[in-house]
Design a protein around this ligand. Structure first.
Ligand code: MG
Length: 286
């Protein structure tokens, strides 16, 4: 099983307003995560057990990932951008427009992953434009809510999924032949699998309708199992969508990441708090 029989969610930190986007930083032995409604990035230390504000005025940062060459890439509702983040809080925009210079703005990028070819794949629902306190009110400028692939080498941005209502969490299968995307528009919400063909994807199947609540952040482990958020738990699915296990969490789960000294700790961003679940799995992308 992917978790021990007695697996539980251990409270590490609390006091956030809406927790999202956790990322383990091994060089600091810290988990950085977004407090979207608090407009800040928080850091919990595995060494001290303490929590500090890593970035204040974070422009409603949301999901983030680590690239294979060590950069932190995150989504910003406020800047309507996908950007690099340095440990001192400095950011550099990777993309904020559809159509290049002179193009129209993205909505409010939500979550992001890197493909092993170096491309950056991200979701762009509209929560930052429409949900009070999650960004700056604004207009849809390109008229959709897409999943995009960015080639940072060329700046080429292309929409790869255009038919989801609110694309949110995303993750590749271990061999990157499948892109999973969670649609958080309504409950129950689907995690959908898309076959990856080069730079394009083809909608294939609904892996599972997740309930209670919605699927938000998702991760895939080295065995191809899907770890998804929900209203009351972290749920672990086999690649066909069958429920393998669920670990209750006292608050609504928004996102999760693997990390810790050996990569098997699952850090869970859930409403006001950060939790840890000890597992027997590791992230496929690590
Ligand atoms: Mg999300």
């Amino acid at each position: 099983m992917p978790v021990p029989p007695n697996a539980s969610a251990e409270l590490l930190a609390t006091g956030a307003a809406w927790s999202e986007g956790p990322l383990w930083l091994p060089e600091l032995a810290e988990v950085w995560w977004s407090d979207i409604l608090g407009n800040r990035v928080l850091a919990w230390s595995a060494r001290s057990g303490g929590t500090r504000v890593a970035v204040a005025g974070a422009e409603y940062a949301n999901g983030r990932t680590r690239t294979r060459d060590g950069r932190i890439v995150q989504c910003s509702h406020g800047r309507r951008a996908v950007e690099e983040l340095d440990l001192d809080g400095t950011t550099r925009t990777l993309v904020d427009r559809v159509g290049g210079v002179g193009g129209v703005r993205l909505n409010s990028p939500n979550d992001v992953v890197e493909h092993s070819d170096g491309s950056i794949w991200f979701t762009d629902p509209n929560y930052g434009l429409t949900s009070p306190g999650e960004g700056h009110p604004g207009e849809h400028e390109y008229g959709g809510r897409h999943v995009f692939r960015l080639d940072p080498a060329t700046g080429d941005l292309r929409a790869v999924v255009t038919d989801l209502d609110q694309p949110n969490g995303l993750a590749f299968s271990p061999d990157e032949s499948v892109l999973y995307v969670a649609d958080s528009a309504r409950s129950p919400g689907p995690i959908r699998a898309h076959d990856v063909l080069g730079h394009e994807v083809v909608p294939d199947r609904v892996v599972r309708m997740v309930e209670p609540g919605i699927p938000d952040g998702i991760r895939v482990d080295t065995e191809g199992r899907i770890w998804t958020s929900s209203a009351d738990s972290v749920q672990i699915l086999d690649p066909g969508g069958g429920l393998l296990a669920r670990v209750p969490v006292p608050e609504t789960v928004a996102n999760l990441c693997f990390g810790g000294p050996d990569g098997t700790d699952l850090f869970v961003a859930a409403t006001t708090s950060l939790y840890r679940i000890r597992t027997r799995a590791r992230d496929a992308a690590a």
